[in-house]
Ligand binder design. Structure first.
Ligand SMILES: [Ca+2]
Length: 228
């Protein structure tokens, strides 16, 4: 169960609309996120590289706006991206996985759920053989939940257990939630080579998998943000 405070949806609404982000699709924004690191197979970003990536994304999405961002939105945006870095960074290395970040950003972009999922599978499939492993799916689900957490102050219940608001507990909840959701997919599909392709996932989801991860519907911003 995920609960999202209405004020936090307003924050998300302001960020995606006032920065123009919601007008750009996942592939466009992913390229901006991964610009510096696309030649590397597993891009990781220092805080400096992360901040440069955020600047590339929002310079691009705000370039066609009629007026510059107000200082209050700029402040909210800085607070939001600072929170993202904290949430996405590996606590041991203090670096962010670029693919996970790009997957997370896809949640905030324009596009239909199925198009976003297909793009996310392309991002996850780093060796481009169309197969995606259980670890890679877990990475996506984790980044999805991190993105939801970052726009929510009342994400208090996940999979039946109450969690407090301290960051260690939140991280633990996200890890447990993504492991659980990923195993739902792989336990159901039991792939022989340990990997699945996009069609396997889409088929599983349509035939009942949505009951395991109803929050995947949130990939379509029109259902909860843009219409709000
Ligand atoms: Ca692969």
């Amino acid at each position: 169960m995920i609960s999202i405070n209405p004020n936090q949806v307003q924050l998300l609404h302001r960020i995606v609309t006032q920065t123009g982000l919601y007008q750009y699709d996942g592939p466009t924004v992913s390229r901006l996120v991964l610009y510096d690191s696309k030649s590397r197979r597993h891009p990781t970003m220092t805080k400096k590289a992360f901040q440069a990536a955020m600047k590339r994304v929002f310079d691009h999405t705000t370039s066609n706006l009629a007026a510059p961002l107000s200082s209050s939105i700029q402040q909210e945006l800085t607070a939001f991206t600072d929170k993202l870095f904290t949430m996405f960074a590996n606590p041991k290395t203090n670096k962010v996985n670029g693919v996970a970040l790009a997957c997370g950003f896809t949640v905030l972009c324009n596009g239909r759920k199925s198009d976003k999922l297909e793009h996310i599978f392309e991002l996850l499939d780093e060796d481009k053989d169309t197969w995606v492993s259980q670890d890679e799916i877990a990475k996506f689900i984790q980044s999805f939940l991190i993105m939801l957490m970052s726009v929510s102050s009342s994400f208090t219940h996940l999979y039946g257990g109450a969690c407090s608001n301290d960051s260690a507990a939140i991280t633990q909840t996200i890890d447990a939630g993504s492991d659980w959701a990923t195993s739902q997919v792989f336990d159901a599909l039991k792939p022989k080579n340990g990997s699945i392709c996009f069609d396997d996932f889409a088929d599983w989801y349509t035939k009942g998998g949505y009951q395991s991860m109803p929050w995947l519907e949130l990939l379509d911003l029109r259902k909860w943000v843009i219409s709000a």
